[in-house]
Design a protein around this ligand. Structure first.
Ligand code: PRP
Length: 177
């Protein structure tokens, strides 16, 4: 039986990334920028979009976790890898694969603000506004999607499906008991 169905194709993703890259370049011009990847889900999106940004863009990585192997947010967030660069006085653009409840981004933004950056903004490939639990609007959004469980292009279920080139909807029988 088919485990997933196509939602956003590789071609659509790559075209949107080019547009987002242009928007981001317009917004920051030549100002120093730190691009921050939120592991692990954002890693494919990050690798593709930073190639659209100026060569002086610094790259850093953090790891946060809120889901474990469940399909709904527990609301508990842990910081398992912190910043390795100083962001003081710099613009920080956080790259996320998906903003769902918004709890992860709210937690991360609050932490980043304590490090005295020039600004903090969020660029998410996918946005599920219907699931929001907090008032968070990402500055850059790739695609708004309905409330479906999505995998692929970095997004997982139980650590599977991350290598898929497309964003797909996981069939409920895969994750329901
Ligand atoms: C996912 C996703 C976001 C977060 C979004 O991460 O990558 O970071 O959940 O959910 P929220 O808006 O409800 O907080 P996850 O904890 O699954 O880790 P992963 O990126 O390693 O898969």
């Amino acid at each position: 039986m088919q485990e997933y169905t196509l939602l956003i194709s590789e071609k659509e993703i790559q075209a949107r990334i080019k547009e987002l890259g242009e928007e981001i370049c317009q917004r920051y011009k030549d100002e120093p920028l730190v691009a921050l990847c939120v592991l692990k889900g954002s890693v494919l999106f990050f690798a593709d979009i930073v190639r659209e940004l100026p060569s002086a863009t610094a790259l850093d990585f953090v790891a946060l976790s809120s889901y474990g192997n469940k399909t709904v947010s527990s609301g508990e967030i842990t910081f398992s890898k912190g910043l390795s660069l100083s962001i003081e006085g710099k613009h920080v653009l956080v790259f996320e694969d998906i903003v769902d409840s918004g709890l992860t981004m709210t937690y991360l933004k609050k932490y980043l603000e304590t490090q005295n950056p020039k600004s903090v903004a969020v660029c998410t490939l996918l946005d599920k506004p219907s699931r929001r639990k907090v008032d968070l609007v990402p500055e850059f959004i790739g695609f708004k999607i309905p409330d479906k469980f999505v995998v692929g292009y970095g997004l997982d279920f139980d650590e599977k499906y991350r290598p898929l080139r497309d964003v797909c909807v996981l069939e409920p029988w895969v994750y329901q008991d």
